[in-house]
Design a protein around this ligand. Structure first.
Ligand code: F6R
Length: 247
């Protein structure tokens, strides 16, 4: 299903609400909530609202385990551009999540360690009974996570090469495309698909044409987000601008 909201702020509150309700439902049953998280501009207001609910409404994250979708490779976690820094600044530093419950692909691994790390990432998710909810943004290449065009529908967590457009879109954060890493470690399409619920968010006119392809286009590895059309537990949460080209 596709839900279109007036603007990104209102849509973000709805998504934050779903996350908070999941966490509370799990608390009532004394269970852990296992969340798949994204970085980038898109989820920032969702995280802001979750932080507000923690500070003002006492929403606790003690029963939350998180797995981030991706990290650049190579990447020092201390670096300003790392997804570790992003998550700490936008969410983790402001809530009561236990540090040991946070998982983000490791950008400091040696090349030969990556394959084992990726298998372990998958196994950890599976051992917890899978992701309860995965939130996603979408890149202008149609990537989800860093699953660029050509990604297989059953792909798992792995090292990938970033598309040129993705590196161009990231160039502002890195002070030039030449400084953007060429690779990343990302959950696969298959990993994402196993989540019990998936929410793909998109705001802004800049996303309108890729959203049209993702929601209405032919299902193909050329636009990895089109695979989500095959899932019955995915909701596309859009603002008016991102939905502008939908028929
Ligand atoms: C981030 C991620 C990416 C972004 C996408 C959109 O963890 O996996 O797929 O969601 O590149 O980025 P923004 O939100 O910055 O437009």
């Amino acid at each position: 299903p596709v839900s279109v909201y007036e603007n990104a702020q209102i849509a973000s509150l709805k998504v934050a609400d779903r996350i908070a309700n999941l966490i509370k439902r799990k608390q009532d049953r004394e269970e852990m909530a296992v969340l798949g998280l994204a970085t980038g501009a898109t989820p920032v207001q969702v995280y802001e609202e979750l932080v507000r609910r923690h500070k003002e409404d006492g929403l606790s994250f003690q029963n939350v385990i998180t797995f981030n979708l991706d990290e650049y490779y190579p990447m020092n976690p201390e670096s300003r551009q790392s997804y570790v820094t992003f998550m700490n600044e936008n969410l983790f530093d402001h809530i009561d999540i236990k540090k040991e419950n946070i998982h983000i692909p490791d950008g400091t691994l040696e090349k030969e360690e990556i394959a084992d790390f990726c298998i372990d990432y998958e196994n950890q998710i599976e051992a917890l009974g899978g992701l309860d909810l995965q939130i996603l943004g979408i890149g202008r290449t149609g990537h989800i996570g860093f699953n660029e065009p050509g990604s297989a529908p059953n792909s798992g967590t792995r090292l990938v090469t970033l598309d040129d457009l993705t590196r161009r879109d990231a160039s502002r954060d890195f002070g030039g495309k030449e400084n953007v890493p060429t690779k990343a470690i990302t959950m696969g399409i298959g990993t994402i698909f196993k989540a019990k619920e998936i929410i793909l968010m998109a705001w802004n006119r800049k996303k309108a044409s890729i959203i049209k392809k993702a929601v209405e286009g032919e299902i193909s590895g050329e636009v990895p987000a089109t695979y989500l059309q095959l899932s019955d537990n995915t909701e596309f949460v859009l603002d008016h601008d991102a939905a502008a080209e939908l028929t």
